[in-house]
Design a protein. Structure first.
Length: 430
């Protein structure tokens, strides 16, 4: 079974060859809202949250990583599921506040935080800022002193390379993110003389899109070792140990799923070893996934607008492309272009099939959503669904390129479909 079919069977459903999202047929969704559009399914998000909570011990706290998808309806749903929010800019902090998140339940990580951003979040009494450099720490202390506040901070640590893994290995090498592990002791000494800092914990910076639970277990083990060392230097238990995100989802044909059963056992055994250690008395253990929680819940839908053959190659020309979904085009981190799971979602059970390229409407050869993909023989008006599109979709794409219409975002709550970002295409060109 191909990956698209597996995802449909697990999270969605079909009838007479048509995809249903929640209990809503795609024909009904596109008839009401048009194409292109992103559709997010609440039921899938709830299943992912439940699975993660069942996997992790009860003293873990989930923070949703806003960068994965900052749509306000999605943020509100995670807040309703008792998650905090992790942000990477003052803009995302504002999104979180407008979604109704208490500032104390927001973490702020990321390099290059400006003084204006730091003052803004400190004025609003953010829960914790994760420090990336000594200069940033000095700025936070100066601003905190000026505001008469002690800033709650944690140190983002770039660990040594032996704990790295995942499709995007971001730590264990020269990087603008975090503090190198071998410099950590000296770094903590510098922080201790800054008067307006309340040093509360660490945040392990490693990588993303990890599909091997052994790598995750190794990273969690190393995070606890670093936390012990930092706690001993501070002479008090850490308030927070943030293991980061990193949990991945399968995007491509040969991707293995993350083995959550094995991960559950390994994390339980690991935490059983530390619960009675005084350096972790009262510690909050944090994970901050984004893609893992929202990625599988989203589908990008575009319509076949033209069909053409050029020198023996058939192209299906869609009404949306990389301007809405840069990741699916292979231009957001892929070295070699590989196809996301894709299906003709209004004719799932049709044959015969053919091999085609799926391209968007932009005037660039980069606008290719799939190469040499096998689909039912196409017709004008067919609906193409790109699965695994809930994370790093619309907000991570060049939506203004060529001034094409933006993609509407739709929230499916069981039998209801609701716009979770107001449609901005009137069909009129002025």
């Amino acid at each position: 079974m191909d990956l698209a079919s597996t995802l449909i069977e697990r999270y969605f459903s079909s009838s007479a060859g048509e995809l249903f999202i929640g209990a809503v047929p795609v024909s009904s969704i596109v008839a009401q809202y048009g194409t292109p559009l992103f559709v997010y399914d609440r039921g899938t998000i709830d299943r992912k949250i439940s699975l993660l909570r069942d996997t992790l011990p009860t003293d873990f706290v989930i923070y949703y990583s806003v960068k994965a998808n900052p749509n306000r309806a999605i943020l509100r749903h995670f807040l309703g599921c008792d998650c905090g929010l992790e942000v990477a800019s003052a803009g995302e902090f504002s999104h979180a506040l407008r979604a109704g998140c208490p500032s104390k339940k927001i973490l702020f990580a990321g390099p290059g935080k400006t003084e204006a951003e730091l003052e803004f979040v400190l004025t609003h009494e953010i829960g914790e800022i994760h420090i990336e450099s000594l200069l940033e720490a000095q700025r936070i202390s100066a601003i905190g002193g000026r505001l008469g506040k002690r800033a709650h901070v944690a140190v983002r640590v770039n660990p040594r390379g032996e704990v790295q893994g995942g499709a995007m290995r971001m730590g264990g090498k020269p990087t603008p993110f975090g503090v190198d592990e071998e410099q950590l002791e000296e770094f903590i000494n510098h922080l201790l003389v800054l008067p307006a800092l309340d040093i509360r914990g660490i945040h392990l910076f490693t990588g993303t899109q990890i599909l091997d639970q052994k790598v995750l277990t190794l990273q969690y083990t190393r995070a606890l070792e670093i936390a012990r060392s930092v706690g001993a230097r501070l002479k008090h238990p850490l308030h927070t140990v943030d293991f980061g995100g990193g949990l991945g989802i399968p995007y491509f044909a040969n991707d293995d799923e993350l083995d959550m059963d094995a991960f559950r056992k390994n994390v339980a055994a690991l935490m059983d070893q530390v619960r009675n250690e005084s350096c972790f008395a009262g510690t909050s253990f944090i994970v901050e996934p984004g893609r893992y929680l929202i990625g599988e819940a989203g589908i990008y839908i575009a319509r076949v607008n033209d069909i053409k053959i050029s020198r023996g190659k058939k192209f299906l020309v869609l009404d949306g492309g990389m301007n809405h979904h840069l990741a699916a085009s292979g231009n957001l981190g892929q070295v070699i272009k590989r196809n996301f799971p894709i299906a003709v979602i209004n004719r799932l059970d049709h044959s015969p099939r053919e091999v085609v390229d799926l391209v968007g409407p932009l005037c660039t050869p980069l606008d290719t959503l799939a190469r040499d993909i096998e689909v039912p023989v196409a017709r004008i008006g067919d609906l193409i669904g790109v699965f695994q599109s809930g994370a790093y979709g619309r907000s991570a794409s060049p939506a203004s390129f060529l001034s094409r219409p933006e993609a509407v975002e739709i929230w499916i709550d069981r039998e209801k479909s609701l716009p979770c970002r107001p449609p901005e295409r009137s069909g009129q060109f002025i």
